[in-house]
Ligand binder design. Structure first.
Ligand code: ZN
Length: 436
C-alpha cells in the first residue's frame, strides 16, 4: 500500500470509529474519543474537575446519557436516541413523563426549511431538556395520544476531559494547532477537525523540529478557556495559531484571517495555498465562529487563522444530521493535511531577518552600502541603482525578526531575487542577521 493509500485508510477508519460516539462538553464519549486517537497520536489526556473556576467560567457538571425516546400509546418508539445521538439536545436533564403533544412541543426542535434534517442543539448551561427531530418525524407524532417521554441521563459532578501535546523545538517560537472534541455525530463540524489534528500530530511527532508546536484538543469555548487558564504564561508567548474546523467538505477552501489580518500565520497560509494553486475565498476576522474568539481575546491576542473546506455557517448541512459521513471526504481531509504540513515546512525553513542597527536608519555611506551619490533618487525609481536602494530601505525597515525575505518581497512589491541579493549584502555588511 502506498503512503497516501495508507493515510487514506487511517483517516477512513478514524471517521468510521469516531463518528458514532456521543461527545459533549464532558463524558465518556470524549474519553473514548481520546482512547481511539491516542492509538495513533501521542496526546496527553487531562481531567479537570467540575466546579473548577477558569477565568469567568466554571467547569460544568459531567453529562452522561444512556437512552432516550418518545413513544406512542402502544409503546412504539417514534423518536429513538439509538438512531441518532443528536436527537437529544446535549446536556438535557433526565425526564420520564407522560404528556400530550401540546405539552411536548416546547421541547421539540426541527427545521421547517430542511424537513429531512435533525438540528444539533445544546443546553449546556440551562438545566432543561429537548428533543431534536426532523420535520417528517414531527408529523408522525400523534396529537391525540399520551406520549411517553424519556431521557435517561445524568448531570452530576465529574470532570471535563481534554488533551494536548507539546512538540518542543529550539527556536523559542511556538505555534498552536487547536481543535474541539465536544460535537457528537457531526462530520465536517467537527469530526474532521479532530481527525486532522490527530493526523498532523502523528506526522510531526516523529520529526526533529526547529519551532515548538502545541496541539490542543478540548471542548469548544469552556475547554479552550480552561486551557488558556491553565497555561497562561506559555500561551501569551505563542506566535500564532490555527483552529482546525470544517476541513473535509467537498466545496471550496476559504481562509478566515486573524484579528491582526496580516500576522505571520495569515501570510504563510495565503502563501502556501496560493503556491498549491488552491482557489480560496478570504474573509476578515469576526468574533463569531469557534475558538479563535478565545485566542484573540485582549488578554492573549494570539493571531489565529482558520482554513476551511466548507466552514461553519457556510453550508446548509452545518449543525444538522446531514453533516454526516457522506458529507465529508477522506481525500479532502488529506488535501487539508498536506496544506498544514506545507505550512509547517514553510515555518520550519523560513529565516526571518533582524536588524542589528534598528534605531533609526543605519548610515549606509560609510559602510559602502549606499548605492550611488544621494540626493536625486526616489525609492520608486526605475534604474538599477534606484531599485537597489529601494530594496535596501524596505529590507532594513521590515527586518523586525519576524519577517523573512518573502514577506519583504510581498510587502514591498520588489522581486524576491533582488530582495535576496540585498539581504545577503546587508548580512555581509553586518546590518542584519538571520534569525533561526
Ligand atoms: Zn459547531
Amino acid at each position: 500500500m502506498s503512503d497516501q493509500a495508507s493515510r487514506k485508510a487511517t483517516v477512513d477508519a478514524l471517521f468510521q470509529k469516531l463518528f458514532p460516539i456521543c461527545r459533549s462538553l464532558t463524558g465518556d464519549g470524549n474519553r473514548q474519543t481520546f482512547d481511539i486517537i491516542g492509538e495513533l497520536a501521542p496526546f496527553d489526556v487531562h481531567e479537570m474537575p467540575s466546579g473548577t473556576k477558569v477565568f469567568d467560567w466554571t467547569v460544568p457538571d459531567e453529562w452522561s446519557i444512556r437512552d432516550a425516546y418518545i413513544a406512542d400509546d402502544a409503546g412504539n418508539r417514534i423518536i429513538d436516541f439509538a438512531n441518532s445521538n443528536i436527537h437529544v439536545a446535549s446536556y438535557s436533564i433526565p425526564v420520564d413523563a407522560v404528556m400530550t403533544l401540546d405539552e411536548l412541543s416546547p421541547h421539540l426542535h426541527s427545521l421547517p426549511d430542511q424537513p429531512t434534517a435533525i438540528p444539533y442543539r445544546t443546553l449546556y448551561y440551562k438545566r432543561d431538556w429537548a428533543f431534536c427531530i426532523t420535520e417528517e418525524q414531527r408529523a408522525l407524532i400523534p396529537s391525540d395520544e399520551n406520549l411517553r417521554v424519556v431521557i435517561d441521563s445524568d448531570l452530576s459532578p465529574g470532570s471535563m476531559t481534554y488533551g494536548d501535546k507539546v512538540l518542543p523545538g529550539t527556536s523559542g517560537q511556538e505555534f498552536v494547532f487547536s481543535s474541539y472534541c465536544c460535537h457528537p455525530s457531526l462530520g465536517n463540524d467537527n469530526l474532521s477537525g479532530i481527525v486532522l489534528l490527530t493526523m498532523l500530530l502523528r506526522e510531526l511527532s516523529s520529526r526533529t523540529l526547529n519551532h515548538t508546536y502545541r496541539f490542543i484538543l478540548a471542548p469548544e469555548t469552556i475547554g479552550t478557556i480552561a486551557y488558556l487558564h491553565e497555561h497562561q504564561d506559555a500561551m501569551r508567548q505563542v506566535t500564532g495559531s490555527f483552529v482546525l474546523t470544517g476541513v473535509a467538505g467537498r466545496g471550496q477552501y476559504a481562509y478566515k484571517q486573524s484579528l491582526q489580518s496580516d500576522a505571520l500565520v495569515d501570510r504563510i497560509a495565503r502563501r502556501v495555498m496560493r503556491g498549491r494553486n488552491i482557489t480560496f475565498a478570504e474573509r476578515t476576522f469576526d468574533p463569531h465562529g469557534s475558538d479563535e474568539r478565545q485566542y484573540s481575546s485582549p488578554g492573549f491576542r494570539i493571531p489565529t487563522g482558520i482554513i476551511t473546506r466548507d466552514g461553519y455557517y457556510d453550508y446548509p448541512e452545518y449543525h444538522t444530521s446531514l453533516d454526516n459521513l457522506d458529507f465529508i471526504s477522506c481525500d479532502a481531509l488529506l488535501e487539508t493535511l498536506d496544506i498544514y504540513l506545507c505550512i509547517v515546512d514553510t515555518l520550519e525553513n523560513r529565516k526571518p531577518l533582524r536588524s542589528l542597527a534598528p534605531n533609526g536608519e543605519p548610515h549606509l555611506g560609510p559602510r559602502g552600502l549606499y548605492p550611488t551619490v544621494g540626493g536625486a533618487m526616489h525609492t520608486s525609481g526605475s534604474t538599477n541603482v534606484e531599485k537597489e536602494l529601494d530594496a535596501i530601505l524596505w529590507t532594513l525597515t521590515l527586518a523586525d525578526g519576524i519577517k523573512d525575505r518573502t514577506d519583504i518581497a510581498e510587502q514591498s512589491g520588489i522581486d524576491i531575487g533582488l530582495i535576496d541579493a540585498i539581504a545577503t549584502r546587508l548580512i555581509d555588511g553586518g546590518l542584519i542577521e538571520e534569525v533561526q
